[in-house]
Design a protein around this ligand. Sequence first.
Ligand SMILES: [Zn+2]
Ligand SMILES: [Zn+2]
Length: 446
Amino acid sequence: MAIVSQFVPAPPHPFADLDRLGDEIAELSAHLDAATARLLALIREFDARGGWNTGFSSCAAWLGWRVGLDLGAARERVRVARALGTLPRLAEALACGEISYAKVRALTRVATPETETRLLAVGRAGTAAHIERIVRGWRRMDRQAEARQATRQHADRGLHVYADEEGTVVLRGRLAPEVGALLIRALDAARETLYQRARVTAGASPPDPTMAAPTRAQQQADALALLAETALHHGIDPGAPGERYQVVVHVDAPALADPDEPGQSVLEDGTRVSAETSRRLACDASRVVMRHDLDGRVVEVAARTRTIPPALRRALHHRDRGCRFPGCGRRFVQGHHIRHWAQGGPTTLSNLALLCRRHHRAVHEEGYQLDRQPDGELRFRSPDGQLLPEVPRAPEVHGDPVNFLRARHDAEGLVLHARTATPGWLGERLDVGWAIDVLHPLATRN
Ligand SMILES: [Zn+2]
Ligand SMILES: [Zn+2]
């Protein structure tokens, strides 16, 4: 890089110059913190507008790929960027170089719009170490308050089921949040199934004008009925996780080989899925080949086989380790046939690559392309044909970046100097317990 030559270490400073050197470090750090505020504002907007949603699973994954941050640091940037969106005072203090990124990172773990001003005062007064300790104490207080709340919610759970005078059964209840989420997910799934069934029957017969579309509340009631029916029919057993998420697809061989070919791709319950989805599910699955005669009767059922045999899968995991999509590397992966087995693609190491669920979908259903170069390297392209490099080229830095930062901050009228970020602390002992009692809104002593 061209800029390296400008940073050859200067000859040792004479002792008297050390103060000046320290001031320079402090001033440049304030400039960097001010620039970090700008960087976080850009990340916040990029994240909110979904700029990363081009095959990446999250804004942090994109940052890791594009900027070269490790995933932990990238997640932290995104977290702080989002938090500062609702904490304007902390954001401004960072933008003025008044408190460091390290302090803002710590404070955003606990700050809310209500407590921001108090915590900013702590940030201005204390050293980074003080703030770490205060934030730890603060979280302890938050956790105690949360634990009290969770205990209360659990104790308050209840479901009342009774019949009114006409015999209509009335429900009223309170569920803890995670149990409620489970119920909502189950109701959603049941509603979806009922909706699919309704579509199938509506397609078969002309619509009945006397039947008004059910309201949301009526749909929920129907969904609950289906849940009850299903639970009694299958026995009340949550099952092993593998069984719970197992998906069975029935697909016609021609449709699997060529998505443009007409043919059936249906889930066990009759729900249709796209041919490309069935190709994805078949990429790495157990396979049972059945032959039907012209009347649709099954005449032959072959033994169940894995599309990727266990020994080959071990070799594949050993070679690829994680998802091969640029910037991903996730460990929960599926085997992908670069050329699908239904099209005659061989199940060999060179025709296989590991992809996570998200990127397996990207390659099958979202138009991302993947091929293997003669030298064995994988090459990914986005749907518009652009190459997705494993590591993007770093932008070129022109001139002295420090002068660039200074000039930019000067132009914004931001005055930064060696004392900008100096805490107000004068060396007194920090009493964390007392500080939390005074500062935390839920502190009981006060
Ligand atoms: Zn695949
Ligand atoms: Zn992936």
